[in-house]
Design a protein around this ligand. Structure first.
Ligand SMILES: Nc1ncnc2c1ncn2[C@@H]1O[C@H](COP(=O)(O)OP(=O)(O)OP(=O)(O)O)[C@@H](O)[C@H]1O
Length: 581
């Protein structure tokens, strides 16, 4: 199917929904405010493909920004299905990578950001050293400087405008520590993660021409999950879209804002939608979940948003299960009784259609132990997953493994996508055409020779490391932390490691190995959908709690298409009773 046909076909589905269609047809700034499962991402993907085909012409393009690397990968997958892939004219990534690759690196010098010529990204070790030195020079004492990091970063994120008096007045001690810390980083020629959006914002604020330069390249800015993005991006959006003239297409849901601790401000999305220049579209139909789940989710949130299920007759059910004993016993009951019962209610579903959600990773340990004892394959998607899910290098390696197992035949993923992803990862090493071509050749040869899912993963990783990763990483200092992630993972699956003997196919999770139960925290479940969802240890959510906690509960509820099963311990109140309070 041609790229044009793919998006036109996707658009056909939107026609039946007046709101989705209006968003697809929008010509100016457009904000889609809508609930879970209402097709925000689906609409956004079709609109992006359309705008690239009809509204902006090569070499101009558009930038798509989303919350984290996982969301970016999800968006990349959805866009790839419509024939849109990251390229020189299509940026898909996080606010941080947009700030770094589109503003700071190309314009640091001309925008007079005061950065060294060859600025790099600080490794964990460099950040640690810088904080220790800054702590020593500003605060002193015998506490661990690392205890300051979290509050310091929150402060830096909250006060992005250093020219405002609030920067020093609100907490002079933190401001002094932050400035000393940043000076230490600069002396080492690096910036850290928190610096990126702030420096990008400062560059745009001080240099009106920079907005025009970005407009020339990206006349359209697309933003997914707007509610989770913080002040820096919002202020950049206001400057770029309402002053420099970039057209905005943004989607989000105030009720799914669950990253307050990381600086998310749902009120910014509301403000954006209330602007005169913006056409705001609200979607009310939930295509994912049946009526009972939609109603229960709104009860969990404590708000009636008047959402309705697309299909009144769709089967959906909410179960509350009281389980005895401590968490290991409850997890065992879930895996050995509730899971087979749930699958038995729906013909044709397997483990891959089911997710177990929990509030914190330690609850996941209990479920993992029970699943392993029962011989059920799992894929874990929280901070105790096989590798950090936010690692771009590991995501890329996983895609390479999928290509070797089946992708070279099915095109999922296509080799061109691996090559482009590799070019972005190893950009520092691939500055010349010659090196680019050599990389392309090496990667293809290495993967082509190792296309057997039954092979030992550790051998496959060794080969990839020798042929591609090591030579690239040697010329990419910014990848030091990523290479540490790789080394940790390689140790885990090599002889003597906890997961030794793992095959390439198991890692890739395709073919015979795709039927895996998903274990994930509620936070990491964002944006995903499953037929059957368990919420394990729902009493741990200690509802009603804060508004953000209710929203977290809501996000969990709304991942389910057919069934949601909440488990709580015997004797503690039913989570739904708590919701009603
Ligand atoms: N017009 C439509 N017709 C049929 N199915 C649709 C339509 N719009 C969306 N869907 C389906 O509904 C489901 C949810 O869509 P999508 O993931 O885009 O929603 P979302 O609003 O981004 O959800 P969330 O905020 O919960 O992540 C998907 O399975 C999608 O294919």
């Amino acid at each position: 199917m041609s790229e044009r046909a793919a998006y036109l076909r996707a658009a056909e589905q939107l026609k039946g929904n007046a709101g989705q269609w209006a968003a697809y047809e929008s010509t100016g700034h457009c904000v889609v405010l809508a609930g879970p499962g209402s097709g925000k991402t689906k609409t956004l993907a079709a609109k992006v493909a359309r705008m690239l085909a009809e509204d902006v012409h090569d070499p101009r393009g558009l930038a798509c920004i989303t919350f984290n690397n996982e969301c970016a990968r999800e968006l990349e997958d959805r866009l790839a299905a419509l024939g849109v892939e990251p390229s020189g004219r299509v940026f898909i990534g996080t606010v941080h990578s947009f700030s770094l690759t589109q503003i700071i690196l190309p314009y640091a010098k001309t925008a007079r950001l005061g950065l060294p010529d060859q600025v790099g990204v600080a490794t964990q070790a460099q950040q640690k050293r810088a904080l220790a030195a800054a702590y020593e020079s500003t605060i002193g004492g015998h506490s661990d400087p690392e205890d300051e990091r979290y509050p310091l970063n929150t402060y830096r994120r909250t006060h992005i405008d250093r020219s405002a008096s609030a920067w020093r007045d609100t907490d002079p001690r933190k401001a002094a520590l932050a400035e000393a810390y940043e000076a230490e980083l600069r002396a080492a020629g690096v910036i850290d993660f928190e610096d990126m959006p702030r420096l990008a914002f400062a560059a745009l604020k001080e240099n009106a021409w920079l907005g025009q330069a970005l407009f020339a390249k990206y006349p359209i800015l697309v933003i997914d999950e707007y509610q989770d993005l913080g002040t820096a991006l919002h202020r950049m959006v206001v400057g770029l879209c309402f002053k420099a003239g970039i057209r905005l297409f943004a989607v989000g849901d105030l009720d799914q804002s669950i990253y307050g601790f990381a600086g998310a401000r749902p009120d910014l999305l509301r403000k954006l939608s209330e602007r005169e220049e913006v056409e705001t579209i609200r979607l009310k139909v939930n295509y994912r979940s049946g009526t009972k789940i939609v109603a229960a989710a709104q009860a969990a949130l404590g708000e009636d948003r008047e959402y309705e299920a697309a299909d009144d007759d769709a089967v959906s059910e909410v179960f509350i299960e009281e389980l005895g004993g401590h968490y290991p016993a409850q997890a065992s009951e879930l895996i050995n009784r509730l899971l087979p019962e749930a699958l038995g209610r729906h013909e044709g579903l397997g483990y891959k259609n089911v997710a177990v959600l929990y509030e914190a990773a330690w609850l996941g340990d209990e479920v993992l132990a029970a699943a392993t004892a029962a011989g059920i394959p799992v894929v874990r998607n929280d901070k105790k997953s096989l590798y950090p899910r936010s690692s771009r290098l590991m995501q890329w390696i996983e895609q390479c493994s999928q290509w070797c197992c089946d992708g070279w035949k099915s095109g999922k993923p296509r080799f061109s996508r691996l090559a482009k992803g590799g070019h972005r990862l190893f950009a520092q090493a691939l500055r010349t055409e010659e090196r680019s071509l050599a990389f392309h050749r090496q990667l293809l040869t290495c993967l082509w020779e190792r296309r057997d899912g039954a092979d030992e993963l550790s051998e496959w990783l060794d080969a990839l490391n020798t042929a591609v990763l090591e030579p690239m990483a040697a010329a990419c200092p910014d990848l030091n932390d990523e290479m540490d992630n790789f080394a940790d993972f390689a140790a885990l699956v090599s002889q003597g490691g906890d997961r030794s003997g793992m095959t390439l196919g198991e890692f890739a999770g395709v073919g015979d190995h795709d039927d895996r139960l998903t274990l994930t925290t509620l936070h990491s479940a964002k944006g995903r959908e499953f037929d059957i969802v368990f919420m394990f240890g729902a009493d741990e959510l200690r509802l009603p709690g804060t508004a953000e906690k209710r929203r977290l509960f809501y996000v969990g509820f709304t991942r389910a298409k057919l069934e949601i099963i909440l488990t709580h311990r015997t004797g503690s109140p039913s989570p739904l009773e708590l919701i009603r309070k």
